[in-house]
Design a protein around this ligand. Structure first.
Ligand SMILES: [Zn+2]
Length: 250
């Protein structure tokens, strides 16, 4: 039985689409609550070439939101634990790890091997850096954010759509390290991120979320806010007009 028959049976994908998935090159930034779920999604659907950047070690508090790790993983580098899991679960994937902190000096060597970026870093500083690097290298990127029971995504296709820094309010729920969140939040965000990546790989061109999409688990709401484009102010990163939008869940 074909390992991927469930995926190939999807009308939009088929054998042709699956070849694109096998040839895809996706770089995942961060192996935390969202990144580990996105890894599971992409590895299981057979994305052929995957890179993972992370330099954290597993801590006890990670186990409630990052199910690839267990109590024996504590103190080990996340990239090492994830690599072992991938090698057992789907050894047909070309899976590379980068145990480092991404910065302006080391990104070029890493980014050149990938066509799409899945951002799962969770600090404002790292998200702005990654946005700048993706725009500079012209790589499509899917941003994610999660905070308590809320999450959001934004896809940026450099040269075609607004970048992360174009949004004045920057309301993606990108929080600093110590915040409450659940495995369920991360799984939903990662599911949405993986779907966006799949659509970019397949070039399906439908409903890529190039304006923010947010959800609130408690309210049971998924929302895409109304967008307002500035007539005078321009983004410092990509040069497009700045964008403002109404707060979520009004
Ligand atoms: Zn911009």
């Amino acid at each position: 039985m074909d390992r991927y028959s469930k995926i190939k049976s999807i009308g939009y994908i088929g054998e042709e689409g699956f070849k694109k998935i096998q040839n895809a090159r996706v770089l995942i930034l961060g192996a935390g609550g969202i990144g580990t779920n996105t890894i599971v999604n992409l590895v299981s659907m057979g994305v052929g070439h995957i890179g993972l950047v992370d330099n954290d070690v597993v801590e006890m508090k990670n186990l409630s939101i990052q199910t690839l790790y267990n109590e024996e993983s504590i103190g080990r580098y996340k990239v090492d634990v994830v690599k072992e899991w991938v090698e057992k679960y789907n050894p047909h994937i070309d899976f590379k790890t980068y145990n480092l902190r991404l910065d302006e000096n080391n990104y070029e060597d890493i980014f050149k091997d990938y066509d799409i970026i899945a951002n799962a870093f969770d600090t404002q500083k790292s998200v702005h850096l990654v946005n700048k690097l993706a725009v500079k290298t012209n790589k499509p990127i899917v941003f994610t954010g999660s905070h308590e029971l809320e999450g959001s995504i934004l896809t940026v296709i450099p040269g075609k759509t607004p970048c992360f820094d174009c949004y004045i309010e920057r309301q993606l729920k990108v929080a600093e390290k110590e915040y409450g969140v659940t495995q369920a939040t991360g799984a939903i965000v990662a599911g949405l991120q993986s779907a966006e990546i799949l659509k970019i790989i397949l070039d399906m061109g439908i409903a890529i979320h190039t304006n923010p999409l947010a959800f609130n688990m408690l309210l049971g709401l998924i929302e895409r806010p109304r967008i307002y484009t500035s007539k005078t102010r321009k983004c410092e990163v990509c040069g497009r007009p700045l964008i403002s939008y109404a707060p979520f869940y009004n």
